[in-house]
Ligand binder design. Structure first.
Ligand code: FES
Length: 312
């Protein structure tokens, strides 16, 4: 990891401000973050500042810090931590980042750096004579399968040979970098084999797809809905085998009718204690089917003649 410091004072411009288009973009970008989290826009704003001026100047760091209401040191920490931010002026037409990590190194990255030393400058992060080109070695850029490769601004150029890299550098130097197609520089699509597929050449028809109905599916018994997600009620009163007046209405009706049809004497036999629950107690309402106290034969007082000793 190299030491990353801001460029010397003689390279630093006096001030920085987003141009009109970038200012509108910056406001819209800051609004994407929740209230109180606007500082999360620090990396997009620094990257936009780099795209506008070519590198991240001290005044750009101050500008972003003011815009996001952050201490200068916090923005400086971000700018000096990420190697994507250029802290010194780089080539105005191309800054070539050569991947030097193991897969690219094994596939010829050192030869690509030799081309850069020869065509641009002996040392990395130094401008060529006209100030249009610069280069540096970087860590893996995630295209190892197409090693070796370089990045120019946001585009990757892969499967490189020293000769092809020379052509690319010449095109950028001439202001024609946009004419070079990014991606693999050999005859392949993405990371597919060069020249086309080499394996699985026969067309294999799948035996069955998920879209085709299974044989005999129409005759299959319908599956009941699963109760796997249903909560299990193990309370004793939830036992479905217990009959209640609600679950056994017919039985409940029959029992009520049998009670109503039961003769009074049978009721008395089965309920010898007049004070037992359910028996006719004085003052209690009559049971359905029972004989009302009013209907009981009233004892009539016979008018008897005067007995002996009584006055007539
Ligand atoms: S090692 Fe070079 S892109 Fe991964």
């Amino acid at each position: 990891m190299s030491v990353r410091r801001l460029a010397e004072d003689q390279f630093q411009p006096a001030m920085f401000a987003f141009n009109e288009e970038n200012a509108v973009w910056a406001e819209a970008t800051i609004r994407k973050y929740p209230e109180g989290r606007q500082q999360s826009a620090v990396i997009p704003l620094l990257m936009r500042a780099q795209e506008q001026d070519g590198w991240v100047t001290r005044s750009a760091i101050e500008y972003v810090a003011n815009k996001l209401d952050m201490p200068f040191i916090r923005v400086l920490e971000v700018a000096t931590f990420y190697t994507q931010f250029q802290l010194k002026p780089v080539g105005t037409r191309a800054h070539i980042q050569v991947c030097g990590t193991t897969p690219c190194m094994l596939r010829g990255a050192e030869d690509l750096m030799e081309v850069c030393r020869h065509k641009i400058h002996h040392d990395p992060l130094e401008l060529n004579a006209s100030g249009t080109l610069s280069w540096e070695e970087v860590e893996c850029q995630g295209a190892c399968v197409n090693a070796p490769m370089v990045i120019v601004f946001k585009d990757a150029y892969e499967d490189l040979t020293p000769e092809r890299l020379e052509e690319i550098i010449d095109a950028f130097e001439a202001g024609k970098g946009s004419e070079i197609k990014p991606g693999p520089q050999v005859d392949r699509a993405f990371s597919a084999p060069e020249g086309g597929p080499l394996t699985l050449l026969e067309e294999v028809k799948p035996v069955r797809t998920n879209l085709e109905p299974q044989r005999g599916a129409e005759e299959a018994a319908p599956m009941p809905p699963t109760d796997a997600g249903r909560a299990k009620n193990v309370a004793p009163e939830a036992d479905a085998s217990i009959k209640t007046p609600v679950t056994d209405k017919e039985g409940a009706k029959a029992r009520v009718k049998a009670a109503q049809d039961m003769p009074l004497s049978a009721t008395a036999k089965t309920d010898p204690d007049p004070k037992s629950p359910g028996s006719a107690v004085e003052g209690a309402p009559p049971e359905p089917g029972s004989v009302s106290g009013d209907l009981k034969p009233k004892r009539s007082r016979k008018k008897a003649g005067p007995t002996e000793g009584e006055d007539k």
